[in-house]
Ligand binder design. Structure first.
Ligand code: GAR
Length: 210
């Protein structure tokens, strides 16, 4: 199985989707560690329940982002993962960290990238009058939410949606999408090529897979 580390900040429902898929033998990974920047993250409880090692690295105890990221690299590398998964990890990462994990760092973002980078994507989708919304999995680069997109899941925006119910509809799709992409990586079918373009089975991904 592929050794992974999962980084979270909150509820950890995407982490749970990995755990569930792994336990159903649908995802050949071993989660070596779950790291949170927030000691209260419910996802830490999910990890403990599944018997996974957890660590907390509180960003508020560091003066600079660079120092936090140096400590984070140290912690991650203790687990020697082949892949690092950002799953609701709500910290901006410095180029040093991103480059350290070049080609082996994935993120899920709750929008149809390149639309709606950054925070509060569901409220912004509604405010923009979007008729369609969703989630994207991408390789992480130094540009915030700007790395090359691998796959997306789409949901309709419905007439009476508020941000919460739209978020819930997207989250259901996230839980299907993210394990599927990680499975490709674990099967050595997915990689970032030397030009920084994702490839699945040796074919460049130029438009996001669905
Ligand atoms: C998910 O919707 C994820 O896409 C989003 O946070 C949520 C985490 O939920 N990520 C970001 O906004 C990244 N900037 P979870 O903790 O239940 O997996």
């Amino acid at each position: 199985p592929l050794a992974v580390v999962v980084l979270i900040s909150g509820g950890g429902s995407n982490l749970q989707a990995f755990i569930d898929a792994q336990q159903r033998a649908e995802l050949p990974i071993i989660i070596r560690s779950v790291i949170s920047n927030n000691a209260d993250a419910y996802g830490l409880e999910r990890a403990r329940r599944a018997g996974i090692a957890t660590q907390v690295l509180d960003h508020r105890t560091f003066f600079q982002r660079e120092q936090f990221d140096a400590a984070l690299i140290n912690l991650i590398d203790q687990a020697a993962p082949e892949l690092v998964l950002l799953a609701g990890f709500m910290r901006i990462l410095t180029p040093v960290l991103v480059n350290h994990y070049d080609g082996r760092l994935l993120n899920i973002h709750p929008s149809l990238l390149p639309k709606l980078r950054g925070l509060h994507t569901h409220a912004r989708a509604l405010a923009n009058g979007e008729v369609e919304h969703g989630a994207s999995i991408h390789f992480v680069t130094a540009e915030l939410d700007g790395g090359p997109v691998i796959a997306q899941a789409r949901v309709p925006v419905l007439k009476d949606d508020d941000a919460n119910c739209l978020a819930a509809r997207v989250l259901i799709q996230e839980h299907r999408l993210y394990p599927r992409v990680v499975r490709w990586f674990a099967q050595r079918r997915l990689q970032l090529n030397a030009a920084g373009i994702p490839e699945l089975d040796g074919v460049k991904i130029t438009t996001p897979l669905l």
